[in-house]
Design a protein around this ligand. Structure first.
Ligand code: SF4
Length: 149
């Protein structure tokens, strides 16, 4: 999908109602995706959610995965959980062995709370792991990139 406007694709600019209209879903659907940990909208100081053009692409990918490939929200979470985030953030072996994102495989790394490892000071929305999966094909490409390192 092409960008709507000529500004950086990761710039959060659309309100939740505009994002929902552009994608053709309800505001409740976007809230559900957020609650389930599939997306991380930008939050203004006022707590208002904003979405970037990359967010819209990510949500379209989620929609098509659900409707065309018949993969459930839990299935998508499990796919995201397979991303080897530890290879990207280079956490220590000790940190890995104490991290739910490394041990479990039911939800994406960013949906866990990380209070005592390298991710505690990282912002998931701008992390290479989360930003690396804008389009549907990106998961595979991201894994390939990590494997080549
Ligand atoms: S910073 Fe967030 S998205 Fe990045 S690896 Fe850590 S938990 Fe995952």
């Amino acid at each position: 999908m092409e960008n709507y406007i000529n500004i950086p694709s990761d710039e959060p600019i659309f309100s939740i109602s505009t994002a929902a209209k552009l994608i053709g879903v309800s505001v409740q659907t976007l809230r559900l995706y957020e609650k389930e940990g599939l997306i991380i909208p930008f939050r203004k100081q006022s707590n208002q959610r904003l979405f970037s053009q990359d967010d819209l692409k990510r949500i379209r990918c989620i929609r098509s995965t659900i409707s065309e490939k018949k993969i459930s929200i839990n299935g998508i979470k499990s796919l995201y959980a397979l991303l080897p985030c530890w290879e990207i953030v280079k956490c220590s072996e000790e940190e890995r062995n104490a991290c739910p994102a490394y041990i479990e495989s039911s939800q994406p790394c960013w949906s866990y709370s990380h209070s005592s490892n390298v991710c505690s000071t990282r912002e998931c929305r701008v992390c290479e792991v989360y930003k690396g999966i804008v389009n549907c094909i990106d998961i595979k490409n991201l894994i390939k990139k990590i494997a080549e390192k």
